[in-house]
Design a protein around this ligand. Sequence first.
Ligand SMILES: [Fe+2]
Length: 200
Amino acid sequence: MNTSKQERVLEHTASVEQRVAAIESALAERGIVDADVIDELGHVAREQWIPQNGARVVARAWVDPAFRARLLANGRAAITELGLSLPAHHRHLVVLENTRTVQNVICCTQCSCTAFTLIGLPPDWYKDLEYRARVVRESRTVLKEIGLDLSPDVEIRVWDTTADTRYMVLPEQPPATIGWPEEMLAGIVSRDGLIGVARL
Ligand SMILES: [Fe+2]
C-alpha cells in the first residue's frame, strides 16, 4: 500500500478507544454483557491480575524445595497453596525452570495468551507481530536486542502458549539473595523474568 493510501485508511479507522466503546455498547444493547460487568472485569484485571502473584510463587519455590517440586509437577494445583488460581479454560500451568545453562522464554505466536492471573496482562511488545514471529526463529538475536545477551553455552527454549496450556518461567535465584526472607525475594522477581526475557 502506498503512503497516501495508508493515510486515507488510517483517517477512516476508528481509534482503539472508539472501537472498544462500540463493542461495549453493542454487547450492552443486546443484553449480552452488562456495562457494570465490563467495568468490574477491568477492575479485576488492573488490581488482581498482576505479576506480583507470579513473584510470590517464585519466591516460595526458591525457599521451599518441596513446594518447588509440586510446582514443577503440577503448576495449576501448586499455586492454590498460595491462594492463587487460573481461569477454568487454562487447564494446565507448566512451570519452566531456568538454570545457568537453560533460558526458557514464553510467547504466543497466535495472539497474546499468557497465564495472566500470575503474570498480568501481556505487555504491548509481547503482542507485537514482529516480536511473535521473530522470537521463535531468531530468539538469541531478539533477546539480545531487548537487553538479554546470553552466552553461547546457554540453551534457549521457546514455549508457544496455547488456549489451554499456559506457561510461567521460574527464574534462577541470584546467588546473592540466598537466605533472604520470602517477601523480600518476591520483590526482586519482575514480569520480564516470569516471561523469560530477562534474568534476575
Ligand atoms: Fe494468544
